[in-house]
Design a protein around this ligand. Sequence first.
Ligand code: GAL
Length: 410
Amino acid sequence: MLRKWLLASFFTLFTAAAAQGQIEIFSWWAGDEGPALEALIAQYQADHPGVEVVNATVTGGSGVNARAVLKTRMLGGDPPDAFQVHAGQELIGTWVVADRMEDLTFLYEEQGWFDQYPQGLIDLMSTEDGIWSVPVNIHRSNVMWYVPANLTEWGIEAPATWDAFLSMCPTIRAAGVTPLALGENWTQQHLWESVALGVLGADDYEALWTGELAFTDPKAMEVWDVFGQVLECTNDDAAGLSWQQATDMVVGGTAAFNIMGDWAAGYMVTTLGLEPGEGFGWAASPGTDGVFMMLSDAFGLPQGISNRENTLDWLRLVGSAEGQDIFNPLKGSIAPHLESDLDLYNAYLQDTASDWTSNRVVGSLVHGAAAKEAFMSDFATVMEIYLATGSAMNAANAAQAIATQVSLGQ
Ligand code: GAL
């Protein structure tokens, strides 16, 4: 332990003295999503004043636009020094298999991280050949958000199941309120994964990604049926709204609920200045109490970058308890580092941290933690097919065809 600490301190001191030049940090944390990253960059600049940081962002929730830009840059031989990516298959199935990333085993050993992150997360980021990313956070996908005072006014409570939600929709509509706020395509996929977990339960939800449960199985078809009914309770202008605008509907009282990852808590606290528990309330999405659908934002080390030493320093900060405790209280996420100081976190985050260590943990499909990347990236098409046809059968067949094409589960 002491040896590891001495080694880590030596590296920090040594690199701090030597650091100069540039680093480009590429992400989709733009605008409203920026404060956590900006605070972490400010710490990096304080540690390495000689380095110029280029904070390169591409707007678009869930990385829908950033991933396309990244692909062009990676294929064109122009990788950013550091880029945001979801821990797990999203990186392994793309730039690791293409041999464009460096194995980070040496950095994990230098920093003692193999003992400082949960084993499940280490497994998610690893292959037989190495470990490929450094996690900065743990986000939860399956959260339902609401404003407590509004629910009291409308005489409702956060529903424990989708059936309960569906039966309260008419009451909410009668009050002139949208039951569930929804945004653009990826947020619809985000809703779908919560419905899938709620309808199937954790075992069958995971069986979808291992190929043990076919998308055409009646149990899996049921997810689309429930999803279709839930969509009936959403706003008509969903396709044109960002996730923040869907959150705004709940905060503004024109919608009762929203299902979104807990970056929504970051937005409501850091950007809108709301108090957890007063300004907004939360519950596990219907039917998922006791299950934590996780995802993690991470950074890796691309091969052939011009600023490798500066990028290693960035990764050292990203992976440290200190760095994570700067980033996560602003971001609405918790720190994967086991030495994180929970006193620095608000009531929502303390609650979710306790669920993280006590709940059954499953991965998010939409945010790169559950299934092969090739399946995940085609799931947007499955959603489009469902939205265009309203047919559970068409969607199930499309999902199963893609699962077969990409050998999902193998
Ligand atoms: C997720 C990402 C979060 C947040 C969200 C909305 O994919 O993991 O950190 O940025 O998208 O853009």
